[in-house]
Each structure stands twice: as structure tokens, then as C-alpha cells.
Design a protein around this ligand. Structure first.
Ligand code: KG4
Ligand code: ZN
Length: 336
């Protein structure tokens, strides 16, 4: 079966075809096209929803045309969470295609889509996911821990009480006058910095639950930046490296602690922040140091950030078509 995925929840306009057979444990990418209005948003230092939605309209049809290199059997589309104007462009386009092509359509939760980045066959990851798995979704708006007993059996066990990890990267990058999006900018700047130079707080690292909080970290960095009289390159690199380390420490420590409590067999990280190299390395190192018998999965970096192959893959493993007339956007959608 071949599924056309459509993703327009934020500032990426994406379409992809994936292919898989009924018993497959991973999907194969046939095409994967992503257009982004990032350049426009980096000028404003953040996303202006109205601009993002207008750009979606411009890119939607050309992106689908480019991705559509083979006949398809079904359509999958992100219905939420996300920006309402952006979401509407993808959803209304998908509904129109479903109606005119007479193809089934599957609504997909963007966050579940992120988790499914780990169920796409790539040359770098040969391993198979074993259930139960613990999924850490770290994106611009979310830091969620999800217990996945099987496909279609997901339970949210923890989330952020305030800022998401990606949001912390983005807001702190702004404080440091770095570019948008902040995650890659901080990662790059951190390459020249000392992660131990500043001892920033690791909020809730020892709390006995599965929740996160990052707004205190942002405040701590703000206070530090205000103290600096001469913000030279070295200090900015040191702050970037120290902030990145604080976020990575919290994410890895809390996730690994949870795996022990929940007796899971795999960890799946996903979402934009999962592209972070330091985060990946520290997960692998800690699993080794703690001698945990657990498989670790991270998507290929271009599948960590928003794209439509993850949406089509989520639809393949949770194949529940809905009549096009019953599909609506849900900007506040979360895990049920
Ligand atoms: O999943 P995503 O592409 O979009 C959302 O669904 O939100 O995530 C975007 C977020 C942004 O906050 C961005 O700063 C962060 O992911 N991000 C990173 C990296 N690449 C993207 N954070 C840390 N390190 C990275 N390399
Ligand atoms: Zn996303």
C-alpha cells in the first residue's frame, strides 16, 4: 500500500509517499518533499501565524505535485496540534483530494506522527523496535513522555508544566541574539563552548514524576546575560554549551529513570529537538554507563523535524480512515 502524507501544522509545507505491506515493521519512503517558510520567520525571530498560513497556500500544490511520483492508495493528513491557519491548508487540500480521487483519508495527530519517525526504514537504523517502548517527543511546543505498549496503544505519562524543550532553545537563543530556530543555532554555537562554564539549573531532574519544566532555566539564563558587560563570542558559546547541557541532562536523566520504573524495552526519541547530536550521544553514553538493557532509537535528522513521511507512516500503522466530510482541524489536539 502507498500512502500520500500531507503535513502543514506550522511553517513547513510537506508531502510524501511511503510504501509498506501489511506485516512490515517499518515503512519505506518513495518521496519526501519539505518546503519551509523559515527564512521569513528568522527575520522576525519567531513564527507569525498569519504569514505561515499564507506561505502554506503558496507551497501546498507545488509540494504535492513534486511528491506525487507514483499512484497512491490512501491519503494521511495532520489535523493537529498546530497553527489553525496552517493546519487548514493541509486538511482542506487533503479532503478535496480524497473526494475527487475517491481515496480513503486518515486523520493523524502530529505528535504521534513524530513518534513514527522511528518506524521508517533507513540505512542507518537496522534495529527493530521492541514493545513496550517509551517515546520522548521533544518539539517546539511539546516535551512529552508516552508509553507505547503497541501500535494504537499509547498513554501519555508526563509532559512539560511550562515551556517545551524546543521552546526553551528558541527563547534562550533569542536572549543570546542567535538566529531562529534556536535549537540548531545553540547547537552550533555550543561547539566552541564549555558545557561546564555555567552551572544552570536542571529543573525537576530529581522529581518523582514524569514531568518537565524549562521556564526556570530561561529565567536563569536571562539573569546571567544581564550581568555580562562584554558579551563576546567566547561567553556566548559557553552559555550556549551550558544551556544545551542542562536541557540534555534533564531530558536524558528523566527519560532513563522512567524506563526503569516502566520496564520498557525501547526508547524512541523524536521531534525537532531529537536532531540534537549532544542529546543523542548522551542517551547512548548513559544507557551504557547505567548498563541498561534497552534499545535506543533516534530518527535520521531530516526525519526528526517536521515532514510528511512521518504522518503517512503513522497512518499506515494506525489505519483508520474517516469520511472526508467528518474531518476537521484540531489545533489543541493532544494525546488521548
Ligand atoms: O518538531 P519540530 O520541527 O516542529 C514542531 O512540531 O514544533 O520542532 C521544532 C523545534 C524548534 O524549537 C527547534 O529549535 C528545535 O525543534 N530544534 C532543535 C534542533 N533542531 C531543531 N533543538 C535542538 N537541537 C537541534 N539540532
Ligand atoms: Zn513537529
Amino acid at each position: 500500500m502507498k500512502i500520500l502524507g500531507i503535513e502543514t501544522s506550522c511553517d513547513e509545507t510537506a508531502a510524501s509517499i511511503i510504501e509498506a505491506k501489511p506485516k512490515d515493521t517499518k515503512t519505506k519512503i518513495i518521496s519526501n518533499i519539505v518546503a519551509s517558510s523559515l527564512n521569513l520567520h528568522s527575520k522576525t525571530g519567531g513564527i507569525i501565524p498569519e504569514i505561515a498560513a499564507r506561505e502554506q497556500i503558496k507551497y501546498m500544490i507545488p509540494v504535492i505535485k513534486k511528491a506525487l511520483i507514483e499512484e497512491i492508495d490512501a491519503i494521511a493528513v495532520t489535523v493537529g496540534p498546530g497553527l489553525i491557519g496552517s493546519l487548514l491548508v493541509g486538511v482542506e487540500t487533503a479532503k478535496t483530494l480524497s473526494y475527487s480521487w475517491k481515496k480513503p483519508i486518515i486523520p493523524v495527530n502530529h505528535l504521534i506522527g513524530h513518534i513514527y519517525a522511528n518506524f521508517i526504514r533507513t540505512s542507518s537504523v537496522q534495529n527493530e523496535v521492541e514493545f513496550p517502548a517509551l517515546a520522548l517527543v521533544v518539539s517546539g511546543g511539546h516535551t512529552d513522555l508516552v508509553l507505547m505498549k503497541n501500535h494504537g496503544d499509547l498513554k501519555l505519562i508526563g509532559g512539560t508544566l511550562d515551556d517545551a524543550a524546543g521552546e526553551a532553545f528558541d527563547k534562550i537563543a533569542r536572549l543570546l541574539n542567535l538566529s531562529y530556530p534556536g535549537g540548531p543555532a545553540i547547537e552550533n554555537t555550543a561547539l566552541n563552548g564549555n558545557p561546564k562554564a555555567f552551572n544552570f539549573p536542571r529543573p525537576m531532574i530529581d522529581s518523582n514524576d514524569f514531568n518537565f519544566s524549562f521556564s526556570g532555566l530561561k529565567t536563569a539564563v536571562f539573569r546571567e546575560v544581564q550581568k555580562i558587560k562584554d558579551p563576546n563570542e567566547k561567553i556566548i558559546s559557553d552559555i550556549a554549551a551550558s544551556v544545551q547541557q542542562a536541557i540534555v541532562d534533564v531530558l536524558t536523566t528523566k527519560t532513563l529513570k522512567s524506563t526503569e520504573k516502566l520496564e520498557v524495552k525501547s526508547i524512541l526519541i523524536s521531534g525537532g529537538v531529537s536532531a540534537n547530536q549532544r542529546l543523542r550521544e548522551q542517551f547512548l553514553l548513559s544507557i551504557k554507563d547505567l548498563n541498561l538493557k534497552i534499545k535506543f532509537f533516534a530518527p535520521e535528522k531530516n526525519l526528526s523535524t517536521d515532514n510528511a513521511a512521518i504522518i503517512a507512516t503513522a497512518a499506515f500503522f494506525n489505519y483508520k480512515p474517516v469520511h472526508w466530510s467528518k474531518i476537521t482541524v484540531n489545533p489543541e489536539l493532544y494525546f488521548k
